[in-house]
Design a protein around this ligand. Structure first.
Ligand SMILES: *Cc1c(COP(=O)(O)O)cnc(C)c1O
Length: 384
């Protein structure tokens, strides 16, 4: 037996504590449960189709991406280089201004939203946040935690923000800066808020300052691959974007990407230099495997690979829509979304297919692991 001081390479020289047989059995049971449930996951937009086996060997190192990926680091046990490459791909997909964007790999869409809203608030301390009623619960939680004044704007039946109501709401607070939380793919209906329309309204009311953060958790990895997507990204005037990594790309752990205009991040960084009170990232210690896994997926599947995957997802969504309509379920979807909304089915079916429900409606999301056969099986269950 040797002394363990030098890290993973030597760890197996010492006897490893092992599980008792009952606990080992529990793990085996869990493994079998996941194997059988993995496939029937229709309601939550997380791809189950990925293989990161070649990266497993890295799990024996205590890697940590603490800090800003664009600043030099005094530890080697990090993946900041890979992280910057991942950010460059997302920046290109989201038409971020070349060489003047900033970002980092987050723990998920929620952290990216927190980053965007915090940044907007630092830039516009007197700002009011406007978001639609269909906004993800993570956003309302963040607004509460940060104590940012905010207004829930009505939604249209299709899930997008009602711009007449936005205009009226802004009119009432026109002397304060406007921070718009735009949904780029709402959770329940996959709706994309009308960014050109929103910009027209904020400019019309022009008290001067405004900021737009885009919550593109799922659709940020779908819209770049469509032929004629609705305006959604930096080229449509957004100032920051949050995209999930574990949704369309797929990952064994939650992760995501936050992107923002560098000039804004620098303005804040300068102001806080004196106090040292705020860091550029929301989290301190950060998952270094997330950038590595995303990098691997982007390198192996590639942009063209994702374009093909997204096309297939859209075709399966259209197929699901048609089959559900035939089954009398009033199904519909936005043409740019793989979220299919339909009449809420009985509980047993919701549970079996892990569908997401809200009030009278349910949805399924045709992620890469969802095939026409899954849809046929679901429809067969609905017809029984
Ligand atoms: C999933 C989702 C989120 C939250 O993202 P996490 O990665 O789960 O933190 C936020 N907004 C929307 C619209 C989402 O679909």
């Amino acid at each position: 037996m040797s002394v363990v001081t030098l890290g993973a390479k030597f760890v197996f020289d010492v006897p490893q504590p092992s599980l008792g047989s009952d606990d080992a059995q529990r793990l085996d049971d869990l493994f079998r449960l996941y194997e059988s449930e993995n496939e029937r996951q229709l309601g939550y937009p997380c791809s189950a189709m990925f293989d990161y086996t070649p990266l497993y060997r890295f799990l024996s190192f205590p890697l940590n991406n603490v800090g800003d990926p664009f600043k030099s680091s005094n530890t080697s046990l990090q993946t900041h280089d890979l992280e910057r490459e991942v950010l460059a791909v997302f920046a290109q997909l989201a038409h971020a201004p070349v060489d003047s964007y900033w970002g980092y790999v987050t723990s998920g869409g929620t952290e990216g939203n927190m980053h965007g809203i915090s940044l907007a608030r630092e830039l516009h301390p007197e700002g009011v946040v406007y978001h639609s009623e269909d906004t993800h619960y993570s956003v309302t939680k963040i607004l509460r935690a940060l104590r940012v004044p905010n207004i829930a704007v009505q939604s249209r039946p299709d899930g997008s923000m009602n711009l007449e109501h936005l205009s009226e709401s802004i009119q009432r607070h026109r002397n304060r800066p406007q921070i718009i939380l735009a949904n780029i793919g709402t959770t329940m209906k996959g709706a994309v808020d009308d960014l050109p329309g929103i910009r027209e309204i904020v400019k019309h009311h022009a008290a001067g300052e405004f900021y737009i953060h885009a919550d593109a958790a799922l659709s940020g990895m779908i819209l770049p691959f469509l032929d004629a997507p609705p305006p959604w990204d930096f080229s449509a005037g957004v100032d920051s974007i949050s995209i999930s990594g574990h949704k369309m790309i797929g990952s064994p752990f939650p992760c995501g990407v936050a992107l923002a205009r560098k000039a804004n991040v620098d303005r804040i960084a300068r102001r806080i230099e004196y106090t040292g009170s705020l860091d550029t990232t929301v989290s301190g210690s950060r998952n270094a495997f997330a950038p590595m896994f995303l990098w691997y997926a982007l390198k192996t599947i590639g942009v063209e690979g994702f374009r093909a995957r997204v096309r297939e997802c859209m075709e399966v969504a259209e197929y699901a829509c048609n089959r559900l309509v035939t089954a009398g379920r009033n199904a519909w979807r936005h043409t740019y979304s793989n979220t299919v909304v339909f009449t809420r089915p009985p509980l047993a079916i919701i549970q079996k297919w892990q569908l997401a429900v809200k009030g009278e409606i349910a949805h399924l999301v045709t992620m890469p692991h969802v095939t026409r056969r899954h849809i046929d099986d679901l429809v067969a269950d609905l017809m029984e």
